[in-house]
Design a protein around this ligand. Structure first.
Ligand SMILES: Cc1cc2nc3c(=O)[nH]c(=O)nc-3n(C[C@H](O)[C@H](O)[C@H](O)COP(=O)(O)O)c2cc1C
Ligand SMILES: [Mn+2]
Length: 474
């Protein structure tokens, strides 16, 4: 058997035993699953959550799993600060998938077709207050390009319309939508499969920015660290991951659309929607005791899963232009920001790095902050400190008018009017240079306790007040 969601949960549980919590009591898929995540987030806690008992469903639901960079660093086997480099390198060294027989495919343990292929069996959550209905938020949809015959994969949101129908929402230039349009033009249904629950490397591979159509299965193999095992789908010729928890098979109809949304998107607002193509479900296969995977939409999990692959692409692009780049963070609390740290050799490095980042991640980035290598870009407080002490707006701020848009998922790319209507607009980008001057110009040194000294302090020797101290001082 290959690496999968279960092998990752085992690895996670061994490394960080408190990182997954089990919810035994019955929960309503409408807001209770995301409600648990929100209640814990309000306390600054982000455990993965397994819900055994979701009202009306027969399978367990896993949510909130990929909420911290430490959990990504764990399977990439690196430090958090090194994630972008390791991610970028792995994607370049892809591993082709391997085909296996159905008998060797755990995802074929239960096969449901016809009337039995009923989406109501799945614990599909309604995430946010104004969402139009239940949504698959962690489904990786695979589709074959009819021209090149390559299989492409990506996460696209799926509004659930009924027991065997759902929508699919494609953003502009994403391959998934471009491929669907080819089938639509030919008047043919597009066979698809939606993969739910696999090793996080699979999810991250599917959302990686890969040049050209296809390549996601290969990227997933590289991130998981072994060839992805594939098996033929039941109701089409698509090859699907054998070690997934659940696979929904279906076809996107060439001639049917339905209204979609609202849906709370990653910028934290209800955005997107309109009329979208409809998928008709033709089969569901799953493992015994399958775990349905959800991503808490418009929250930290949605952002972490989206931000890590983008950091990887930005690292690769910027490093080729500015070799002194140390690392990159597209922060999980605002994916329109990007923090770059570098060991500046020339003052020009800053703008060269910033423009490369803006061009690599064109649709989403609006605010680039460049800092020196002594700043940990994975710590927002340090970035804020660098802006406070090394940045002067008049000298170090560059505004680029009309960089983003018009329209899209950023609320700033729209003008909202009193009558409730809105019109698309362009929004600007900024580059904040929070670096010290390039050498040989001196700058005050940062005050720190000597590192060697800090290292040898034995913090495990600390204790609480003892009784003698309490009677002396309280
Ligand atoms: C949680 C999550 C949800 C996403 N939802 C959508 C979506 O609804 N529509 C879309 O087009 N892209 C969505 N994306 C982005 C795509 O999955 C991603 O850009 C992918 O690389 C696109 O692949 P493609 O160009 O091969 O189609 C989502 C990404 C994440 C991480
Ligand atoms: Mn693609």
């Amino acid at each position: 058997m290959g690496k999968d969601l279960r092998s990752y949960l085992k690895q996670l549980n061994e490394a960080y035993p408190d990182s997954v919590k089990v919810v035994e009591q019955e929960v309503n898929p409408r807001f209770d699953i995301t409600g648990h995540a929100a209640a814990l987030a309000a306390k600054g806690e982000y455990p993965g959550l397994i819900f055994h008992n979701v009202k009306g469903a027969s399978l367990a639901c896993m949510s909130n799993l990929l909420t911290t960079y430490e959990r990504i660093a764990l399977f990439l086997d690196c430090d958090v600060q090194d994630i972008p480099r390791v991610f970028g390198e792995k994607i370049l060294n892809s591993i082709p998938p391997t085909a296996v027989e159905p008998e060797e495919a755990p995802v074929k343990e239960v096969i449901l077709t016809g009337e039995e292929a009923d989406l109501n069996r799945l614990p599909i959550p309604v995430h946010n207050e104004q969402d139009g209905g239940p949504y698959l938020s962690a489904g990786v949809m695979v589709i074959r390009d009819p021209e090149s015959e390559k299989i492409n994969a990506g996460i696209y949101r799926h509004h659930i319309y009924g027991k065997d129908e759902m929508g699919v929402w494609f953003l502009g230039a994403h391959h998934g939508g471009l491929i669907y349009n080819k089938y639509k033009k030919a008047g043919k249904p597009a066979p698809v499969a939606i993969v739910l629950g696999h090793h996080p490397g699979f999810l991250m591979g599917a959302v990686s920015r890969i040049e050209g159509i296809g390549g996601e299965y290969e990227a997933a193999g590289a991130l998981i660290g072994e060839s992805l095992r594939l098996v033929k789908a039941e109701t089409s010729d698509l090859m699907v991951p054998a070690d997934a928890e659940i696979i929904i098979e279906g076809e996107i109809l060439p001639d049917k659309e339905a209204p979609e949304g609202p849906f709370g998107e990653w910028p934290g607002h209800y955005l997107g929607g309109g009329s979208v193509p409809v998928i008709r479900v033709t089969g569901i296969t799953h493992r015994k005791h399958a775990i349905f995977q959800d991503i808490v939409a418009s929250s930290r999990e949605h952002l972490v899963v989206g931000a890590v692959p983008r950091s990887g692409s930005i690292y690769r692009a910027v490093k080729s232009v500015v070799p002194s780049l140390k690392t990159v963070n597209v922060p999980h609390y605002a994916r329109m920001h990007c923090y770059l740290s570098l060991n500046k050799e020339r003052d020009a490095d800053v703008k060269k790095a910033a423009f490369t980042a803006l061009n690599t991640e064109q649709e989403n980035l609006r605010h680039i902050v460049v800092v020196d290598e002594d700043i940990n870009v994975f710590n927002g407080e340090e970035v804020a400190w660098a802006i406070g002490t090394r940045f002067d707006a008049e000298r170090d701020l560059l505004t680029i008018p009309k960089w983003n848009g018009p329209g899209g998922l950023l609320p700033t790319n729209w003008d909202y009017h009193q009558d409730g209507s809105h019109t698309a607009r362009m929004s600007s980008a900024v580059i904040v240079d929070a670096t010290k001057p390039a050498p040989p110009v001196p700058y005050p040194a940062r005050a720190v306790v000597p590192k060697e000294h800090v290292k040898q302090i034995q913090t495990n020797k600390l204790r609480s007040f003892n009784d003698e101290e309490k009677s002396r001082w309280f």
